[in-house]
Design a protein around this ligand. Sequence first.
Ligand SMILES: Cc1cc2nc3c(=O)[nH]c(=O)nc-3n(C[C@H](O)[C@H](O)[C@H](O)COP(=O)(O)OP(=O)(O)OC[C@H]3O[C@@H](n4cnc5c(N)ncnc54)[C@H](O)[C@@H]3O)c2cc1C
Length: 508
Amino acid sequence: MDADVQGKQREGSTEDLDAEVIVVGGGPTGMVLAAELALGGVDVLLVERRADQSMPGSRAGGMHARTLEMFDQRGIVERFLAAGEPTQTHMFGPILLDLAGVPTPHPYGLALPQARIEALLAEWVAELPVRRRREASVEGVEQDAATVTVQLADGTALRAAYAVGCDGGRSTVRRAADIGFEGTDATTSYLLAEATMTGDPPLGFTFDDQGRHAIGPLADGAGRVRLVVQERPPRPGDRPTAQELADAVLRVWAEDFGLHSPTWISRFSDAARQATAYRAGRVFLAGDAAHVHSPLGGQGLGTGVQDAFNLGWKLAEVVRGIAPEALLDTYHRERHPVGEQVLEGTLAQTAFLATDPHGTALRNTLVGALELPAQRDQLAGRFSALALRYDLGEGHPLVGRRVPDVALDTARGRVRMFALLHAARPVLVDLRGTDAAPSPPEALPVHVDLVPARADAAWELPIVGAVPAPAALLVRPDGYVAWAGDPTDGSLRAVLGDWFGPPKAPPR
Ligand SMILES: Cc1cc2nc3c(=O)[nH]c(=O)nc-3n(C[C@H](O)[C@H](O)[C@H](O)COP(=O)(O)OP(=O)(O)OC[C@H]3O[C@@H](n4cnc5c(N)ncnc54)[C@H](O)[C@@H]3O)c2cc1C
């Protein structure tokens, strides 16, 4: 057993846990969740099958704007920006979702291979009090009224108050918790590879009756390329052989351009499945464990990371005894509909990009409509997740939306709204001015930061446009507005209790 796990293991009650929360799977979702839990003061153990963060090839090619904003909220976005390339994204084939002019500090997507994203996340996690257990494969999960037991392949049983499956599309945790995974079967598959071609392959897209295929150069050396070959009907197996790759290249391009030395061959499909519940008692699912879909549109990694930002602070508050247990049910309530929408968007894109007569007719009929500015903006707001609104009830138009990164004049000078979220604590921003009597501090749970400030009278929201700045607003640690309004009319108190526990709840 790892030394850092050993110290906590004793037999018996909930006080003898190996960790307060066990996160299964150290991909992008699991790492962000572990970091958020550590920031929330939770003793977290991250259990991962891989020996280190290195991965052959790279699945995701980048992130959309809201994921960048969430890293900005934690003060780590510069690391990603320094490593990647800002880019505007194409969706539905030719539709350019240009975010220039959208009110966000990051009006672009970031092209950055998943391997680099994971390496940067691993650096962040290493700076936080997260215990890690590598080369540990989870085989089962059981729970009783007070604890979860996570069973490892080497026979070790680890106990925690909660466990979260961030263990990818084939999630062991999801199966063990007996959570359904429903959706649509694959209609097409894609063989993906990184290899060397000594010849002169045609770079770019090639179309035939099986679909669209592509060869693109890789930055890491002469003749190294990334290949995508579409297969219709879909072919089975997510680890195709070198022979399958060679056959596929010959089938599409009729020559192999001196193809050799593949370093990564993989297969994905447009199957779209979602967990029927994101929570079963003390077990949660996040990321690909909760939703899989075609990578068209590049939303998988970002959706998982945003699941983690949504769940992390909630779980931390409940584990620390600050907020009521019911807070945990809001995770499914908020994130399941988002996952549903992501699945729907990828299915729509698959249909739209099909090279059969139906797909061609759909494109020819609708592409003009999708290029209209209003329609394009709707798509940009949806795919970047900047227009996301959780259903947190009626009220000010900010409620349920991500807080805009407006400039605030505070007693400590001018600060960005996002900078207030670096510590992953809830913030009550009182905009009645730095001289006004602040909202009564006795009504605040002690872990809620109170920031008296002044700001512009109107704030710009993506898609929505300008909204009046409220007198005060309560921002959750994940950057969504829980409440906005008049801090003296009594409405704040009830919302505070729901999200952040009773006034002056002591931190542990
Ligand atoms: C070809 C392709 C292109 C893509 N492009 C994009 C893109 O451009 N943008 C985007 O946002 N998304 C993209 N995606 C999706 C993205 O790769 C995934 O959504 C993302 O990796 C999900 O992260 P995750 O942490 O939830 O799961 P995973 O990345 O699958 O991580 C799961 C982790 O759990 C570990 N694990 C699994 N089982 C166990 C076990 N039993 N015990 C212990 N550990 C376990 C694994 O080793 C792994 O580290 C793409 C996907 C593919 C296939």
